[in-house]
Design a protein around this ligand. Structure first.
Ligand SMILES: C[S@@+](CC[C@H](N)C(=O)[O-])C[C@H]1O[C@@H](n2cnc3c(N)ncnc32)[C@H](O)[C@@H]1O
Length: 235
């Protein structure tokens, strides 16, 4: 029987696989860049100064087409860019792709040794994950002690919340019936990080504008997210 993503008996692993396929088909559906080439609106003011980072590399976790790679490379450390979508990774502009290590993998199982990264970016991803706790645990494993995670987690007041979305079980949504979304309260967002063994450094509410996204969202729109900087506690 065909998998029905709106079934009340969702198996989150199956849902994750279905969701990853939807993203891969999106990237393959157009030669245009879905997310554009400008870094995500909250990134630049929140990038840590390189001299404040412990030794270690940088990870763009679920990089998409790599719109955030240029500012990450400017930190002057080796950069790894992962995504589940081979089609997304193939669309990273050649000049950037040549300067990073690309890895196709699920965020819950990243084939990299413990304590590799001093800084991890998770941009516009948590709300798309059926199993965010497993992913945050994996990112903690990969951070060096004292290493930083920068992540945005939108709540119900995000400009896209509920738009063209069908309700799914457990307060989640399916955008256009295909892409999983779940919006988290501030308490839920902070608990996700704390339960992964990450301590909060700063939390801010940030608004930013986005252009339309080819084949994904036809109108310019506004986002509001909690932007959290968290740290793996020093050993
Ligand atoms: C909204 S896009 C954000 C992309 C990028 N971080 C950015 O800011 O442009 C979400 C990305 O998460 C990826 N993704 C979703 N679930 C994933 C998973 N379980 N493992 C790895 N990547 C995943 C998708 O392929 C997609 O590229």
């Amino acid at each position: 029987m065909e998998f029905n993503p709106l079934s009340t008996h969702l198996h989150s692993r199956k849902l994750n696989a279905h969701n990853k396929t939807a993203w891969d088909l999106l990237y393959a559906s157009t030669p245009k860049s879905v997310w554009g080439h400008k870094p995500v609106g909250f990134l630049i003011p929140h990038l840590p100064a390189p001299e404040l980072l412990p030794p270690g590399d940088i990870l763009d976790a679920a990089t998409g087409e790599g719109r955030n790679l240029a500012p990450l490379l400017a930190l002057g450390r080796p950069v790894t860019a992962t995504d589940a979508s081979a089609s997304a990774l193939a669309k990273i502009p050649a000049d950037l792709a040549a300067r990073v290590t690309r890895l196709q993998c699920d965020l819950a199982v990243i084939p990299v040794p413990d304590r590799t990264f001093a800084f991890v970016l998770l941009s516009d991803v948590v709300e798309t994950l059926p199993e965010p706790a497993a992913v945050l645990g994996e990112l903690r494993r990969l951070l060096v002690p004292g290493g930083l995670l920068l992540v945005n987690i939108p709540g119900d007041d995000d400009g896209i919340s509920g738009i063209d979305m069908q309700p799914a079980p457990d307060r989640a949504w399916l955008y256009r019936g295909r892409y999983y979304y779940k919006f988290h309260s501030r308490a839920e967002a902070e608990a996700l990080l704390a339960n992964a063994g990450l301590e909060l450094v700063t939390v801010q509410v940030i608004d930013w504008e986005e252009d339309a996204h080819p084949e994904f969202r036809s109108e310019p729109h506004t986002h509001r997210s909690l932007v959290l900087l968290a740290r793996r506690p020093p050993a």
